[in-house]
Design a protein around this ligand. Sequence first.
Ligand code: TXA
Ligand code: MG
Length: 316
Amino acid sequence: MSVLEVDDDALSRAARVLRSGGLVAFPTETVYGLGANALDATAVQRVFAVKGRPADNPLIVHLASSAQLDRVAVALTPLARELAARWWPGPLTLVVRAHPDLPTVTTGGLDTVAVRVPDHPIAQALLRRADLPVAAPSANRSGRPSPTTAAHVAADLGDAVEVVLDGGACRVGVESTVVDVRGDVPLLLREGSVTREELGAVDAGEALLQASPGTRYRHYSPRCAVLIAPIGEGPQVAAREAAAGRRVGLVAPGEAPDGVVGTARPQSAEDLAVVLYDALRSAEDAGVDAVVVEAVPEKGIGRAVMDRLRRAAASE
Ligand code: TXA
Ligand code: MG
């Protein structure tokens, strides 16, 4: 694998790799993605193999702009066009009817496709240069915390990827909001930094969530236990765990007590979104048995953060 500082040469090389069926990891405003030409079934198949991802969990297709929507989607609703105009480029993914030319492996065999236009300048430059729709899940091994730095990508994927474009740490830190926009109200499939209030979205309901494959699988889990502490109680919960003889990490606004490894001190839900996955990975690197993460209020991006945290803490 080559981890490249991003300049004109690096972008050209990465675009060439994509156009010739290879894999490129690149930064977006949310997390790093593992990209392949969405129209090349063999290339997309490699993404699944490299991640160890179940074949029925489809990928998000990334576009340089909404002008390319018609290459991957059909029968766009007025709602889809309205949300694309309002939020793209940005951390919002729209589930729409898939273009029949999209390979089955890209859509996971569904008749829908998830699409977004990222606003990260490196993602934008790469998508423009490659001039392709790029299928890109988060660039982690399946089930692990999503990567928010190039080093996280390298730790998970090693030589399985030709090129990693290094854009530093991601601005948002949790994955995009996903809404189904085939009807006249957005149906929320995954919380993100674009909130349900901002979208006027409603819960997708059990049937649709079942059809949204990603929600079925283990997610975001480091190689240590994750414990959620109530708001304001992170240090006490960590101290209690340490007193019981466990090696403990702490992610909380307050100071880590003696004998506890503090891995991040986020002061808001926005901060926690940015550092969460890095803090989970640091905790595992520090060799703790458990990392205690202090909860944040479930409003704004706090809903997405608590969603990810609960999944990380779930034992299955
Ligand atoms: O922020 C993000 O969205 C990042 C960056 C790289 O863009 N990507 C990302 O991809 O999080 P991934 O593969 O880790 O998550 C994609 C989610 C999964 O939950 C998947 O099940 C869902 O989107 N999804 C994909 N296609 C879908 C579809 N046709 N219908 C419903 N859900 C879909
Ligand atoms: Mg993912």
